[in-house]
Design a protein around this ligand. Structure first.
Ligand code: DU
Ligand code: SF4
Length: 229
């Protein structure tokens, strides 16, 4: 099994009835007017990027008109503009923009997944949906574990998902549970005894980037720490 197989399997997951219904209804009848003539993916978002990454980025969930439209993580929405530009500045992406599959974007040394793979209404997955989808993160984290050096959680939901997956895989996670914050950092230890650094950043959603709660400098500073030091 490899990440391509997990990507293929997650793409057809239907485990969460509320999210299956939402992702499909947006795709069929809820398309944003400016995308009305486009086909929508309308399915879970598979992981994207380097199959053997040093960095695993864990986002929240697909946007209804972003990943749920394009089928690629953080692709075709404003959050994606932010994260891919930052990954490009940090040397993990070959270009700063992510428009649609086929646009030439490649990540080197980084892979992006999300805590929840289906677009949720109001961007808010339920605790049960987060728990159900966590099993896909387990698969991804298990597959990248041999080489991964750091994880970047975007937002508290990504942070909690990363910690929960690490625990389920038998990694050493400090107790009490490390608290999320922008710039938060905790070292996790794999069963093989390798240290993996988990870093937190405020999510790249518009409510943070438009308001200045998250600046490019703040994101760049956290990304720089994924490279050690
Ligand atoms: O066909 P493939 O080489 O497995 O790549 C699938 C998909 O993942 C393609 O859109 C490029 C992307 N990708 C990447 O971003 N970075 C890599 O190192 C390998 C693949
Ligand atoms: Fe499956 Fe995750 Fe989508 Fe639920 S959110 S249907 S577990 S892919």
């Amino acid at each position: 099994s490899d990440v391509a197989e997990v990507d293929a399997r997650v793409s057809v997951c239907r485990a969460c009835p509320r999210l299956v219904s939402w992702r499909e209804s947006v795709a069929v009848s809820g398309r944003r007017a400016s995308f009305a003539d486009q086909p929508y993916w309308g399915r879970p978002g598979p992981g994207f990027g380097d199959p053997h990454p040093r960095l695993l980025v864990v986002g929240l969930a697909p946007a209804a008109n972003g990943t749920n439209r394009t089928g690629r993580m953080f692709t075709g929405d404003r959050s994606g503009d932010w994260i891919y530009a930052a990954l490009h500045r940090a040397g993990y992406a070959n270009q700063p923009t992510s428009v649609a599959s086929g646009d030439g974007l490649e990540l080197v040394g980084a892979r992006i997944v999300a805590a929840v793979r289906c677009a949720p209404p109001a961007n808010r997955p339920t605790p049960q949906e987060r728990s159900t989808c966590g099993h896909w993160l387990d698969r991804d984290l298990g597959l990248v574990a041999p080489g991964v050096e750091s994880m970047l959680a975007l937002g508290a939901i990504g942070w909690d998902a990363a910690l929960a997956a690490a625990r389920r895989l038998g990694w050493q996670v400090p107790r009490p549970k490390p608290r999320f914050g922008h710039g938060a950092e905790v070292v996790l230890r794999t069963p093989e005894g390798r240290d993996v650094r988990l870093l937190g950043s405020y999510h790249v959603s518009q409510q943070n980037t438009f308001t200045g709660k998250l600046t490019e400098e703040m994101l760049d500073a956290v990304l720089a720490r994924t490279k050690g030091a």
